[in-house]
Design a binder for this molecule. Sequence first.
Ligand code: SF4
Length: 285
Amino acid sequence: MKIKKAKVMGFCMGVKRAVETAESMAEREDGRRVFTYGPLIHNPVVVNGLQERGVGVLAPGEPLPEPAGVVVIRAHGVAPAVRQMLEAAGWQVTDATCPRVLRSQKIAEAASVRGETVIVVGDRNHGEVRAVAGCARDTVVIQEPADISALRLGSACTVIAQTTIKQEEYDRIVSLLKEKFPDTRFETHQTICPATGERQEALRLLLDECDAIVVIGGRSSANTVRLAHTARLAGKPVWQIESASDVLPEMTAFETVGITAGASTPQHVIDGVAAALERLSAKRT
Ligand code: SF4
């Protein structure tokens, strides 16, 4: 069995930055407890690893523990009101919001200052969408075309996409908005992050060269699930796993096995899976 790795896989820039920030906070020596605001990323290997190093998780919306410690804001960001609440309660806030999400937040803030309605297109339960929507006074979240029918809009709106939605999805919502509100001026922003598309494209190239695919990432990671879905559509055997302990002997029963990983999968987990596949393959021969 030969292993081929996708040319682009694993941590995106924002996730890498957030994990490094949390890890550096874990090494502080001033005795203050360190937490992330919500699970740092959708990857239990990383979250458990941080917990072993003393980095806990604050559950958003739940009462804050005492005494106040250090809190790391994850790549999705938080609304300014959340940050103010943490600071008012005495927490030291370390911001690891992804620069791409920060840009969306700044666009929302500026539009709000101009008195415009801010429309965020994306999953209304996603932390990033709440973080961006929370930067404006007048905000609407559109998750699907049906949400447009009940809308009432003023003369000017700024439209922002969640960084991880598909371009076609965003374009469709924008064109439906323009059709339904011909008298409203829409300022639309290109805020979709290329990270998801790059991993999908690298997988498509890998599919041409492999007989089976192993997708590595957290079970609740949306972009990992989407990678596995794309691979299944190609009709090849696909396994979606979280770590080396999930590797099975049958994964090695092919001439060429491709490996890809979601944007929240660390390199050491990818390397561990590749090594486990090699070991099992060597046993077969
Ligand atoms: S997917 Fe893009 S926007 Fe989201 S954290 Fe990664 S780099 Fe930032």
